[in-house]
Design a protein around this ligand. Structure first.
Ligand code: FMN
Length: 617
């Protein structure tokens, strides 16, 4: 698994490619240090720290990829034990959701409309709207075929297409919805809902009483084994990226129906486990467990002029970001259905460090926090204002590019719009922030170190997007003091995008992205730098997965933005961690790159056939 050539970029290349002296100085500080100080492989020291934050940092450090050593994995693919990407609960009754054609109701609004508060007509919760909701959030989007092999793709992307993420809903009794109140597991291959538990209607009504009318709960879990099978120890990171992508695909799907969503992250993980049934030992006996990740509330946002809102939802209403653990305990004492299927015949190696990371980053606390109900949807914009492609079309066509043409450029305006979409506007009240950042109950922790290759009107080089403008100073102090933080020419005023260095960063981007050409043949690529050690020490080890969720959520926004702009994106989980940090001389563990991403003109693989997602149903 060692990379064949080191360094792939020579000092000679740097001299040819880079124009500014400061960039050269930086490369001397960064790349040439990398060339002479190749990190040596050492067996990890076995003294285990007691503090959960130290332990989660230990996981992070141990699972870095280095130029001369990748994080530990099997080193080959154990095809005989490839995990089944589809969890089913044998014995659980399943409701088939209707397969809806794009032009059948509910018809998706224009893609641009979902970003405009008040522009999407709010749909009631019915079996058809739930079908659309799951279609855009977690369903199959196509099958790919090459020779005899066929594999499905989904609305949400996943590292290695392994799909560790499972989705659940907790449905109350809703008028017009002929579902038993209870917990349902979403089965993507069937596009159906498996009834895992029948909850008494009055108790579930009590659980959901603090939320707006017709609210329901949505939960995500991860089967770590699915990713660990291929990626070994680094898999806990990838599972959490995927959770972030799924939060994004779900939030965006809800937006197409005029629904709101907020993470109920004040809830403890014990309560999430109890509600989603992942703690039910007998139901998972002898099979791969599911890690309870998060819970969210989703609700239709009624027309502000309607009486329903005034009477039931009230403008002053506070929405709690937790659920009552006492009621969950009562609710969970009910009839459960189904036993989880086994996903792999055998597990060659169990990656204990993943279980350790999951345990130490477990969130036991419950915070009784609430947020003000949204106010920004007061002006209804006519849906006819928007002319672009429907959101559904963009969501269905989303794919990861397997290679880029090395030619296509995007305009500066397109680039700036993409950057605008990932600005969370954290100075606003949470539920008034732009979608999908209204789902996220925290201040942003992720900032972008951008390699601009082909953006018309922008000089190629290194740029930096500060997603929370008040963090500019700490970010600058954590990095090389020689960097020039110039404002980016013609950049919109409200976008804190800085130009650090001029130069051709294509080879550099490829080199640090595990030598993947997709990082250099695109229009631009970037590393997502997370506020790291400070956040963990301040907030606790349970912040570790959340940093990855935020990066995945950001990636999901840009996957769709790329499609809307006529180009394509790919997430990059494989990168050499510390060489990325050395580019800007990040101090210690203050910032860590958690995820890379690339956007450009794709090259289609003509050998692959695309088949419809539900031809098998
Ligand atoms: C967290 C994450 C990491 C990924 N890392 C890489 C990568 O390093 N290289 C790559 O070519 N694709 C990468 N991908 C793209 C996946 O391979 C792709 O999402 C998957 O094959 C499913 O295809 P789709 O995105 O077209 O649905 C990554 C995707 C995710 C979500």
């Amino acid at each position: 698994m060692l990379p064949a050539v080191y360094p792939a970029i020579s000092p000679q290349d740097i001299l040819i490619n880079l124009r500014l002296l400061s960039f050269l100085r930086l490369c001397r500080l960064g790349l040439i240090i990398m060339a002479t100080e190749i990190p040596l492989y050492r067996e990890p020291v076995e003294t285990v720290p007691a503090d959960p934050v130290d332990r989660v940092i230990r996981y992070h450090v141990q699972t870095k990829h280095h130029f001369n050593r990748y994080a530990r994995a099997l080193g080959y693919l154990d095809w005989a034990n490839q995990p089944d990407p589809f969890r089913r609960f044998e014995g659980a009754p399943i409701i088939s959701l209707p397969l809806l054609k794009p032009d059948e109701d509910p018809v998706s609004p224009a893609y641009d409309a979902i970003y405009q508060p008040g522009a999407v007509v709010c749909q009631p919760v019915t079996v058809r709207t739930l079908s659309r909701f799951f279609e855009f959030a977690l369903a199959l989007s196509a099958w790919k075929k090459a020779g005899e092999s066929e594999w499905p793709l989904r609305s949400n992307p996943s590292s290695g297409n392994l799909h560790p993420t499972e989705g659940y809903v907790v449905m109350p009794q809703i008028e017009g919805l002929d579902f038993k109140p209870g917990l349902y597991h979403y089965a993507p291959k069937e596009h159906g809902l498996e009834l895992r538990a029948e909850f008494p209607a009055e108790q579930i009504a009590r659980l959901l009483a603090p939320f707006p009318p017709s609210a329901f709960l949505f939960g995500l879990t991860s089967v770590h084994w699915r990713e660990a099978w291929k990626y070994g120890e680094r898999a806990f990171r990838y599972c959490n990226h995927d959770v972030g992508h799924a939060i994004g695909s779900t939030r965006i799907s809800a937006a197409t129906l005029g629904w709101k969503m907020a993470l109920l992250d004040g809830t403890s993980q014990e309560t999430v486990a109890l509600l989603l049934g992942t703690n039910r030992v007998d139901d998972f006996a002898g099979v791969e467990s599911e890690h309870p990740d998060c819970l969210a509330v989703i609700w239709p946002l009624p027309d502000v002029k309607s009486e329903t809102l005034d009477v039931k939802c009230g403008k002053q209403r506070e929405i709690p970001l937790f659920i009552d653990p006492g009621v969950v305990k009562e609710v969970a004492e009910c009839t459960w259905y189904g036993k989880a299927n086994r996903l792999s015949g055998e597990h060659g190696v169990e990656w204990e460090i993943i279980d350790e990371a999951a345990v130490v980053s477990w969130k036991s606390s419950c915070e009784h926090i609430s947020v003000a109900a949204p106010t920004s949807d007061t002006s209804h914009v006519s849906p006819f204002t928007f002319h672009g492609a429907p959101a559904g079309q963009i969501i269905r066509q989303r794919r990861s590019a397997v290679s880029f043409d090395g030619k296509t450029s995007i305009s500066a305006a397109t680039f700036f719009r993409m950057m605008e979409r990932v600005m969370p506007r954290a100075d606003r009240l949470q539920l008034d922030r732009p979608m999908p950042w209204d789902v996220w109950p925290y201040e942003p922790a992720i900032h972008l170190l951008i390699f601009v290759h082909r953006v018309e009107g922008l000089v190629p080089g290194l740029y930096f997007l500060v997603r929370d403008p008040k963090k500019l100073s700490p970010i600058q102090h954590s990095m090389n003091s020689e960097l020039t933080w110039s404002s980016t020419p013609n950049c919109p005023e409200d976008l804190s995008l800085y130009w650090l260095l001029e130069g051709d960063a294509k080879k550099l981007a490829v080199q640090v992205s595990c030598h993947q050409d997709i990082a250099g043949d695109s229009a631009f690529s970037f590393g997502m730098l997370a506020e790291f050690e400070g956040r963990l020490r301040e907030g606790g080890a349970w912040w570790y997965p959340r940093l990855f969720w935020e990066s995945g959520l950001l990636g999901q926004v840009l996957y769709l933005e790329a499609e809307a702009a006529g180009v394509r994106a790919t997430g990059i989980g494989c990168f050499f961690d510390d060489p990325v940090h050395e580019i800007v001389s990040v101090k210690g563990l203050s910032f860590q790159s958690l995820y890379h991403f690339t956007i450009g003109g794709p090259v289609e693989d003509g050998r692959l056939m695309t088949l419809p997602p539900y031809g098998h149903r």
